[in-house]
Write a protein that binds this ligand. Sequence first.
Ligand SMILES: Cc1cc2nc3c(=O)[nH]c(=O)nc-3n(C[C@H](O)[C@H](O)[C@H](O)COP(=O)(O)OP(=O)(O)OC[C@H]3O[C@@H](n4cnc5c(N)ncnc54)[C@H](O)[C@@H]3O)c2cc1C
Length: 360
Amino acid sequence: METLSPPFDLLVLGQGFAGSALALQAHWAGYRVGVVDDGQPQSASRLSSGLLNPIILRRRRMVDNALVRWETADAYYRKCEHLLGRPLFYREPVAELITTPEIDHAWTHLAERDAFQSLMEERTTSHSYQGLKSCRLGTVKASGRLDSPAYLHAVRSFFEEKGQFSGERCQHIGPAKDNTWVTDTGWSAPVVLLAQGYPAQLTESLFGSLEFLPARGEGLVVRLPYLQLDRPIHGSFFLIPLTNKPEQFLVGATFAWDAIDSPQPTSLGRATLIKWLESVLTPAALEGLEILDQWSGVRPTRQDREPVARWHPEKKGLGILNGMGSRGGLLAPSLALGLLQEGVRQGYLPSPLEPKGMTK
Ligand SMILES: Cc1cc2nc3c(=O)[nH]c(=O)nc-3n(C[C@H](O)[C@H](O)[C@H](O)COP(=O)(O)OP(=O)(O)OC[C@H]3O[C@@H](n4cnc5c(N)ncnc54)[C@H](O)[C@@H]3O)c2cc1C
């Protein structure tokens, strides 16, 4: 196979949350990076609500290494904003709806535990949001929202402008003579990082089954002219005010395990979300409710719910970042960084030229 590429140190296949965090952090470390992404409109990252929240409110626990995940993500997105020259990450803390004294007690009990103190406000508070039913709110201090479409677009443009982006679909990767990997689109490098999300046939042909148990999620964009809310709230679902779009809110996302390979918006998904809105908003706030959009996407969750960030044990220079489920925005920066650092330790990548560029 003929190779026409510029001399890359590494290729990143896929530019969702996983591939973007790999590509930018590798770039900051001084590597010559080529990015390949075919721009699937229904990819999880494009449809993501973009919430970064290290607390799993539903199950009253935190994600593994919550503080490191949050601090790394926060620093990474700040640096992206600086590099890409526009706001992308809004540090609007998520508020949990506290609807009963029992939930209030559970919140306080959790917030008093050592590890949770830096993530959550210790006490719940009353609110003055017009349109939100009477309840208390618990605040997750370590949380915020990424403008996912803007972030993905800005990262893509950054590599496009450098001539380091290919919008083609890559169907095959194979070894070439000079210890490099070569794609069927003609790009080559000694290292290829696979960040395909779900589905991932090419990755699975090289790494074996990723044991996906993908979860479909539906969401709505609604107009609620009489609701005043300046931060995301969470109950059974999320309600998120859209920055720069007055009166518009995201509602979602549901969980379902059917129709994974052709995810379409359903009347059940819509009814579930509207019913939840009716349970948390006053009748006055629901006046003039308009549904502007509905979508359905698939979270790349694995059976054991663990993400995969590792190097192939035999195929030297092949790495993978996938399986981040419903937390890709939060997990990708630290997992990507760990994978790159392990690549240096294994000798697949040279020592970074600008180590300061590798955020912690
Ligand atoms: C409805 C919904 C809501 C969500 N909300 C949140 C949230 O609030 N917060 C959060 O953190 N996470 C959320 N998630 C989860 C999050 O979106 C995922 O964890 C994350 O997007 C996974 O990123 P990824 O890069 O692994 O995969 P993807 O986003 O699927 O990216 C893979 C990329 O690779 C490209 N690609 C694949 N194969 C090829 C190929 N052969 N050649 C070229 N390009 C290829 C695709 O076009 C795509 O751009 C949500 C997910 C869904 C579905």
